[in-house]
Design a protein around this ligand. Structure first.
Ligand SMILES: [Zn+2]
Length: 432
């Protein structure tokens, strides 16, 4: 037998098979092949102004901050560009001598690499649901139905309405039904579609609440004295789209003028709507929509919270990425009337969170800590009378950005659970 020939034939078959695989099994139709992520730091106002124009002209996808209108001197900007535009941007940066770093050289390669675990994992039964994986909308909905059936002593599932594309907007109510008029906390995840760590956190928190109710006295106290509304995916259409078509989709999926789709669901709330820090252009990623609450998802959630506003003492909205705990105002630099109580709750939560893995979160008013934005959910919730209103920007600070690996789900969610429990305990005490 000719072993050399057999080896050569095997090598040929392997190569052939590999080519076939790479040609047919690419995620998202291979649309991110050669895409790059740059980190760019302008050193003066002139550079910042020029960069804004370049970003606008090249139609780049801004990761952080989310709109070029936020860019000023010293603003670190993470920019995702297609293979084509990255060359144009690179030439410009070199010619203008602007400081930059390439964070990701080929986005498709990272996506494929991270997906290995997902394609190789076995289908598990819902009782062995893996909380350290990202899940599709369908999987999350099945998981919610399962909990509603099997954990009915602590979980009640309901829908607050329907999305633009007609999907139900499910919420889980957690709490022991021992008191009729309980205080409540609202937590929503996945307002922005591509921030996948959000929905993962909501699921993690529900699991923690159910698993530790019997053995952890603080969790028992929280669920006995409070109802916790958890909405794992607020922007369901956008989240689904980020799984099927565009991993970096941010907005909802409503159809707009100029053939553009989607509204920024965190610029669409009825509070200083359409003012500074939101775009009025339908194609922009921070488009505020044609009018306040134009998005059925925002309208449904705001209606529910408004009805429950007497009970809800804290509103929490989970985003990524920046490692920050933010509170109102977003739309102006003024301090909120109960600043003392809110700032101390934030400071305590961030401090507690650090005890888990030593990870530091900044905290402060959204306007001065992140950027000015109008029509945000935290400002709306606060103006509705909810005294504690927070937005979490979870890990990381840009190394992985929206592609936080599944190996970091556990530490990220563990520390965030500590922070949320800390805030829950805070609202059970009186703050003067
Ligand atoms: Zn966000």
């Amino acid at each position: 037998m000719d072993y050399t020939w057999t080896a050569a034939r095997l090598a040929f078959l392997y190569l052939h098979f590999h080519t076939w695989l790479s040609g047919h099994c690419h995620l998202y139709n291979n649309r991110y092949a050669g895409d790059k992520v740059f980190r760019i730091v302008p050193k003066n106002d002139i550079e910042a102004k020029e960069l804004k124009n370049i970003y606008h002209n090249l139609q780049v996808d801004l990761w952080q901050p989310s709109s070029h209108s936020y860019i000023g001197k010293d603003t670190v900007t993470d920019v995702h560009t297609s293979n084509k535009t990255s060359q144009a941007l690179l030439t410009y940066l070199r010619q203008s001598n602007i400081q930059y770093k390439i964070l990701v050289n080929d986005l498709q390669k990272i996506l494929e690499k991270q997906n290995v675990s997902r394609t190789q994992r076995n289908r598990r039964s819902l009782s062995k649901y893996n909380y350290e994986e990202y899940h599709s909308l369908g999987e999350i909905e099945n998981w919610m139905h399962h909990l509603n059936k099997t954990q009915s002593h602590l979980v009640y599932m309901f829908s607050v309405g329907k999305s633009y594309e007609g999907r139900p907007l499910y919420v889980l109510k957690l709490g022991a039904n021992n008191i009729v008029k309980k205080k409540a906390i609202w937590i929503d995840c996945g307002i922005h579609a591509r921030e996948w760590i959000g929905p993962v956190f909501c699921q993690w928190f529900v699991r923690e609440a159910l698993n530790t109710y019997n053995r952890d006295s603080s969790m028992r106290k929280i669920l006995n004295l409070l109802n916790i509304y958890v909405m794992p995916v607020l922007n369901v259409d956008g989240y689904h789209f980020s799984w099927t078509t565009d991993r970096f989709w941010r907005k909802t999926r409503s159809k707009n003028r100029f053939n553009c789709y989607g509204v920024d669901a965190n610029r669409n709330w009825k509070v200083k709507w359409g003012e500074e820090g939101a775009s009025s252009h339908p194609c922009d990623s921070t488009y505020c929509g044609p009018y306040a609450e134009s998005e059925p998802e925002v309208q449904a959630v705001s209606r529910f919270i408004y009805k429950q506003r007497k009970h809800i003492k804290a509103y929490l909205s989970i985003h990524s990425y920046a490692q920050m705990l933010l509170y109102p105002y977003s739309y102006q630099y003024d301090t909120i009337p109960n600043y003392h109580c809110v700032a101390s709750a934030a400071s305590n939560a961030v401090h507690a969170m650090r005890s888990a893995y030593g990870v530091r979160y900044q905290h402060g008013p959204a306007s001065s800590t992140l950027y000015l934005s109008s029509g945000s959910s935290i400002d709306w919730a606060y103006n509705t009378g909810i005294p504690y209103s927070f937005a979490f920007e979870l890990r990381d600070t840009g190394y992985y950005g929206f592609l936080l690996p599944e190996s970091l789900i556990k530490p990220t969610c563990t520390e965030t659970t500590i922070a949320v429990k800390n805030i829950a305990m805070h609202i059970l005490k009186k703050c003067r």
